[in-house]
Design a binder for this molecule. Sequence first.
Ligand SMILES: Nc1ncnc2c1ncn2[C@@H]1O[C@H](COP(=O)(O)OP(=O)(O)OP(=O)(O)O)[C@@H](O)[C@H]1O
Length: 319
Amino acid sequence: MPVDAVRVRGLVKSYAGRAVVDRLDLTAPRGAVTAVLGPNGAGKTTTIECCEGLRRQDAGTIEVLGLNPLRDAAQLHARVGVMLQDGGLPNSARAQQVLALAAAMHAAPADVVAVSARLGIDAFARTPVRRLSGGQRQRLALAVAIIGRPELVFLDEPSAGLDPQSRHAVWELVRELRDGGTSVVLTTHLMDEAEQLADLVHVVDSGSVIASGAPDELITAHGGPDSLAVTIDRSLGDDELAALAAYLSAASGTLVELGVGRATHDPASTVLVHAESSPALVAELAAWCRAEGVLITSLRRGARSLEDTFLELTGREMR
Ligand SMILES: Nc1ncnc2c1ncn2[C@@H]1O[C@H](COP(=O)(O)OP(=O)(O)OP(=O)(O)O)[C@@H](O)[C@H]1O
C-alpha cells in the first residue's frame, strides 16, 4: 500500500498557452489532513481537480491511492470522496434525496440519518437544492463527499460561507475523519482553519508550491526571531511595557525587547516578548504579571500567526 494518499510530481496545466499550474510537486500523507493554501488564482482548484480526475494535466504524474486518477477513475470512485467548490449538486432534487442517492452509489455507505443529523441537513431535508442557502449547499456537498466512507476525501474550501457554528461542526468532522484513518486534502483561504486542522500545509503561488510543512514549522521557519505571544486581560501603557522589558532583561541577564501583537482582534492586549523562550522566562513573566495584577489569558511560543507567514511568503498584493 503506498505511503502517500496523493503524490503529484511536475504537474503542468496550461490554458491558452499560459501555465496556471507549473511543475507543481505535492504530497498528502495517508491518515493526515493536508491543506493547500494560496492566493486567488494560484492554481489550487486546478491541481485538486486534476487529482480528482476532472481535468487532464499537460505534463507530470499524479498518483491517488497509488492509482492514476484518469485511467483508474472507476476504481477510485468508490474510494475517494469529492466536495467541489461549486457544490456540483443536482438543482431540482431535494437535499435528502441527493444524500440518499449518493449513499446508494456506495457498497457500504455511512448512516444517512446520522450524517444528516451531524451536518444539520435535517432542517432543510425537503428543500430543493436550488433553494438552499450557500452554507446549506456547502454542508450537503460535504455530506455527499463523505457518505461513501472514502479512504481519501478532497474538500475544496469546505467552510467557505459557513456560519461559525457550522464551521466548527465541519472542523470537528474533519478531525474525526482523520482520527478514523481517512486522508483529507483541503483547500482553504481561512488561515485559522489550516492552523487548526492541518498536519501538513502546502503554500501554492503562481502554479507551484513555494513552501511546505506543519503549520508550526512554517511559522517558525518564516516567522522571524524566537518570541512569546502573551495575551493579557488589559492593555499595558508605554510605561508598563518599558517596566516589563526592564524587569525581564534584568531577570534573564539579556536585553529583552517587547512588541505589541497584531495576531488578535485587540492588538493592544497582546504583548510579544522577543527573547529565547525558556521556563525561566515564562516564570518571570508570570511573576511580573502577578505583582501588577495582570491576568495572562493565553501564552504561545512564536508570536506570528499562519496568516502573517502566508503574507510574508506570498506578498500583500491582491491577485
Ligand atoms: N477552464 C479554464 N480556462 C481558462 N483559464 C482557467 C480555467 N480554469 C482555471 N483557469 C485559470 O487558472 C488559474 C488558476 O485557477 P484556480 O481555480 O486553479 O485557482 P485557485 O488557486 O483555486 O483560486 P481561488 O482561490 O480563487 O479559488 C486562474 O487564473 C484561472 O482563471
